[in-house]
Ligand binder design. Sequence first.
Ligand SMILES: Cc1ncc(COP(=O)(O)O)c(C=O)c1O
Length: 355
Amino acid sequence: MTTWTSDQMGPRLGEPVDDLETPVLLADVDAMERNIREYAAVADEHDVELRSHVKTHKNAALAAREVELTGDTGICCQTLGEVETMARNGIDDVYLSYQVVGESKLDRLCWLDGKVDALATTVDSVATVDALAAAAERNDRTLHAVLEVDMGLNRTGVAPDEAAELARRIADADALAFDGLLAYDAHVKSEASTEQEFEERAWAAMELAQEVVDDIEAAGIEVPEVKVGGTATSRYSARHPVVTEINPGMYPFNDVGELELRPWEVSKDDCTATVLTTVISVPDDDRLVVDGGSKTFSLDKPQLPVPKHRDDIEYVNASEEHGWIDTSESEASFEVGDRLEFIVPTSVRRSTCTT
Ligand SMILES: Cc1ncc(COP(=O)(O)O)c(C=O)c1O
């Protein structure tokens, strides 16, 4: 039986792009770093910390680079598996912006708490506060808890007018330390479509966050941090003095979503994660097919890839391993073997995590 090794399969480090087998995910590292530095400058300008969310890439080497470029403020994760991957690879300051539920996961969280310098997690209910406190006691640790408040996304988070009561419960738990609030502001993305609307809606959301902080402080509990997301909103929300930290995730890459949402500040040049494909069939003058379909692009949203370097063709449909390209508006002629590069439609899913 032949043994297949990685030397014989897949891309090799340093291999020229033109020689890579397709479909293949590309990252423009220089442009990616430029994006990271741009957000670091926004954070500096508004005197907030930038803690990058790694859920988009789940890659510890990139996370370490983000930490380096954003002033050593640690990273943000969405799963326990991500926390584990980051901790194992030397990232020692982690915020998990997600509720951990279930005894075995909570025990794993406590174990991870002993592996890093700083770890905080998220709660938004009596159930999650009490279970976190019980796990901390069971494992003889003090766990840092951030209270998530629902700013209008209607996903997770306690209602703003119930936040002070829950903050009191956290503050009163001997094995918990109250770190402040997660005020994730992503609902602004569906309310705003111009720069001015982004400014106004993000400000309104942060005014609500300020009211919640005032309520909690009126109850005699200090609110050290107010964390807000994401790539589209954090550069606007950061302008409000209530914010102490922004957690954008997608921002090194951008994607079709960001490109379409904020055309005044995101261009194709800022979209750094692309998939290089090869034309496998040219059935007629108006249509061709590439080797990147719904599996390659992880098409789980009603959004399609956009050509990175040209505007004369359109990705119009996908099956699992085929991408349909409409070429009816193009003057160019295409041949089997031509290469076409597309901006990814949603978050990059390439994962280094197993859980
Ligand atoms: C709580 C939280 N913070 C930050 C982010 C990062 O958002 P984005 O990838 O849009 O930058 C997310 C993404 O879902 C999130 O859930």
